[in-house]
Design a protein around this ligand. Structure first.
Ligand SMILES: [Zn+2]
Length: 162
């Protein structure tokens, strides 16, 4: 996939336009922009949930270029954003206007978008509580989502259950 930076003037609902610098995935009709994190954001890690995102990161947002619409799921690494975009791009013809785009047979559902989002970030299932979580460390993938779950696992192991 080839990416080129391009500035778009996307329309606002009040009739004004906002200038957005977008990394365009050439030929796909999709691109992404970035901005500092620190607000509320939809996150797919625990299904389709609104979370307060961590501050001090860069938030990446996927954009449908023909309409300027954002996809309401964020990512915090450019590598993850590109992985997600490249999973989504083949599903539909994203160069179409939004009214025609959403009627295409391949247009992904919310759940499919979440599932691909999870694949893109490489999230894993907690071995204790079964929740999906995002491993924070590089290297070996952790088995448990939290210190609490890790403790439960430790007690279970000591008791001979795990
Ligand atoms: Zn857990």
């Amino acid at each position: 996939m080839n990416y080129v930076e391009h500035t778009f003037g996307f329309p606002f609902t009040d009739g004004s336009t906002r200038e957005v610098a977008v990394m365009v995935a050439e030929g796909t009709g999709l691109g992404y922009s970035s901005q500092p994190s620190g607000g509320m954001c939809l996150w797919a890690i625990h299904s389709w949930t609104i979370v307060r995102e961590p501050e001090g990161l860069t938030r990446y947002i996927l954009i449908h270029l023909a309409s300027g619409s954002n996809f309401p799921l964020c990512l915090y690494s450019e590598q993850h954003m590109r992985a997600w975009l490249e999973l989504i791009a083949p599903l539909a013809d994203w160069t179409l206007p939004i009214e025609r785009l959403v009627k295409q047979p391949g247009y992904p559902t919310r759940e499919e978008l979440c599932e691909l989002h999870r694949q893109a970030v490489g999230s894993v299932l907690c071995a204790v509580c079964g929740k999906l979580f995002l491993p924070r460390t590089s290297g070996r993938k952790p088995l448990y989502c939290s210190a609490a779950c890790k403790q439960v696992a430790y007690r279970l192991r000591k008791g001979g259950v795990l």
